[in-house]
Design a protein around this ligand. Sequence first.
Ligand SMILES: [Zn+2]
Length: 191
Amino acid sequence: MAIRTILEFPDPRLRTRAQAVTRFDPEFQRVVDDMLETMYAAPGIGLAATQVDVHQRLIVIDISAEHNDPLVLVNPEILSREGEVATEEGCLSVPGYFEEVKRASKIRLRAQDRTGNVFERDCEEMLAVCVQHEMDHIDGKLFVDYLSSLKRERIRKKLEKERKERGTRSASLSRARASDGARKPLPERAL
Ligand SMILES: [Zn+2]
């Protein structure tokens, strides 16, 4: 297994619409394992393949407190939506930002598991929000798209400035920062 690099907004690759998964071969299993490892390491509670530059309809989620209940969704579809809930959402591709987004509070989901078996499941609350957030990713959509263009622009500029600063820092300095943990930790609930 390996930890993959997570693309960050406004990387244009995050705007790619992912293709359906048709092969559940060993190579695909490796991608699933890498995504789980990358999500747990971030740490995050959800990750879409698009975020690691793999443009397949694949999502991993784990909202359990113990991080021991992974859910792998392949070619997911939402069959029905109900209600509305506003949640502060974060995203591993928009590090450090949390904004309120309104989504359906209940969904009925159909997907395949990592071996290709089709299943249906009702999702509520946090899990429903998480699934909808990740399904946006595989369609090339980000949670910042729900914000005003002014807010989105402000986030984009700040992230680009931060990235530039990271890029111009000397190698020794970035090593020192990595070891003393000075880098701003990503919130636990990012997805
Ligand atoms: Zn996200």
